[in-house]
Write a protein that binds this ligand. Structure first.
Ligand code: UN1
Length: 508
């Protein structure tokens, strides 16, 4: 399929891809080709989108939740039909290998299924009252417009994690995707519109116009979302610096924010580990998505008794990695998103060398004939470090894996926890004392703590997110839906008297 055919299959028309007054060029990281020239939305457009979504929310909140679930069921249906095309667009615009592009769409489908089930389970509690003839309960209500800010590396799934839950919870969604991947967002919006059309055939007049929309453009639009009193929740995924700004703006107006920020994820490989499993997990977690997941494995702590053979196997595995155009079969490592990522990677490798690191890999790889703007492919880097030095405390969004030896499990856990970020972590060990320690209160301080599995590739059923600089938010599974609703506590008196709580007497 040609690029033009693919864009058409994703519902994007040639006129919209070459907009009058365009100010945003979209290039493919695969080969630098210019894919589109878009016109950014203005701040007034953003305000209007928020107002429309709010007006739509006022009606949507009264639609019964299981009927709202029907809309998300249809979204899942449309996604199933377009899984391959949307996955290919993710590959084209974000540079993920094909199976990861399609996998991301699968993640959208999974969260839709999860949300449909939830639409019949948004239940609260009944609480025993201290007063006779009284009952207390907790009810969850729709919240309002949810602002969703997403990053280039998961250009479709992260919207779905938020939107599928927000919609069944009775909310509107205004989405500000990364300006590096606006086409994916526009394509997703077309699929949402298709689901909405199918919903309207079954339930005429229940789904108001403007409930969901997308804003194409830069950070000013994120600012509009963060500062609008009509947006009670802002869910933001991206860098720690971005998250800090969003958090402050939202807190200023006492709104709610849900933050999924940087990770700097570690794995401990203990002497009892199944080395074959560990190797596969390490390589997928460290070089998958060219090291550009927030869950990417960046720090590896290996027991000194097995360090030499494991490192040799790792070097061998890295030497055999196919780096290349992610649209080609057999390629495992696609491009970095842009030249700034490449520079950041080289900078980190320079610092690592200065701090005593022995670097293998990390060089630029030239792929294709270089027709378009430059593309930025690299050999994933392995860096043997003498200790956990300052460069290892930073997240560099590129395939760099630092390897440090340890002797004492307590030291390895301490190193795991010694960085500012707290997203994902893993231990490979067949010693139950070590694995339980790792998952216990004095173990990993991360939101995700895995055993005999890598740091990346989480399923949607669990709550996803992390502590410290990662921002504390939880999305996707478990009870993350509660972020998208407001809680009301109801006290009901069915007695003929009016006893006051705490036995207070106030006779009038
Ligand atoms: C991210 O890297 O921004 O666990 C999210 C994973 C994916 C999500 C990653 N399910 O790797």
């Amino acid at each position: 399929m040609t690029t033009a055919d693919l864009l058409r299959a994703c519902g994007l028309s040639p006129t919209e891809l070459d907009a009058a007054g365009a100010d945003l060029d979209v290039h493919s990281p695969c080969d630098g080709a210019l894919l589109a020239r878009l016109r950014s939305h203005s701040e007034q457009d953003a305000q209007r989108a928020i107002e429309r979504s709010h007006a739509a929310f006022l009606a949507w909140r009264e639609v019964p939740a299981p009927v709202r679930g029907e809309l998300v069921r249809l979204l899942g249906e449309v996604l199933r039909e377009r899984r391959e095309a949307l996955g290919a667009l993710v590959t084209l615009e974000a540079g993920k290998i094909s199976s990861e592009g399609v996998g991301e769409v699968q993640e959208m489908i999974d969260i839709c299924d999860f949300a449909v089930g939830l639409s019949r389970q948004l239940h609260g509690l009944t609480i025993a009252s201290e007063r006779p003839g009284h009952r207390m309960m907790e009810t969850w209500h729709p919240l309002g417009v949810c602002g969703v800010i997403t990053a280039f590396n998961f250009p479709v799934a992260v919207w779905a994690w938020n939107a599928a839950l927000a919609l069944v919870c009775g909310n509107g969604v205004v989405w500000k995707p990364s300006e590096k991947t606006p086409l994916c967002a526009l394509a997703v919006m077309r699929l949402f519109d298709e689901a909405a059309r199918r919903f309207a055939l079954r339930h005429p007049a229940l789904l108001p116009e403007g409930l969901c929309s997308v804003l194409v453009g830069g950070s000013a639009l994120g600012h509009t979302l963060s500062s609008s009193p009509l947006v009670p929740l802002v869910s933001a995924t991206g860098s720690v610096a971005m998250g800090r700004k969003v958090a402050v703006q939202v807190a200023q107006r006492l709104g709610r924010s849900l933050l999924e920020l940087g990770g700097n994820n570690a794995m401990i490989v203990a002497p009892s580990a199944d080395i074959e499993l560990a190797l596969r997990a390490i390589v997928f977690s460290a070089v998958g998505t060219a090291g550009q997941r927030c869950t990417t494995l960046r720090r590896l702590f290996v027991h000194s008794s097995i360090a030499a053979p494991l490192y040799a196997r790792l070097e061998q595995a890295y030497a055999g990695l196919a780096v290349g155009d992610p649209r080609n079969d057999g390629v495992l490592v696609g491009p970095l998103i842009d030249g700034r990522s490449y520079d950041a990677m080289q900078h980190a490798l320079r610092l690592a060398r200065e701090q005593g690191g022995l670097v293998s890999g990390g060089e630029r790889v030239i792929v294709g004939d270089g027709d378009g703007a430059p593309s930025w492919y690299v050999k994933p880097a392995l860096v043997r470090m003498p200790a956990q030095t300052p460069v290892m405390h930073e997240e560099t969004f590129a395939p760099i894996l630092y390897v440090v030896e340890y002797d004492d499990f307590a030291d390895a856990v301490a190193m795991n926890n010694a960085v500012p970020q707290g997203l994902s972590s893993a231990v490979f060990s067949n010693d139950v004392r070590e694995t339980e320690w790792f998952m216990s209160a004095r173990g990993s301080d991360c939101g995700l703590a895995n055993v005999n599995i890598g740091t990346s590739g989480a399923e949607i059923g669990g709550a996803f997110g992390g502590e410290k600089d990662t921002g504390g938010g939880r999305e996707s599974g478990s009870d993350a839906w509660k972020n998208y609703m407001r809680r009301a506590t109801n006290t009901i008196n069915f007695s003929g008297a009016l006893p006051l709580a705490q036995g207070v007497r106030f006779d009038v």
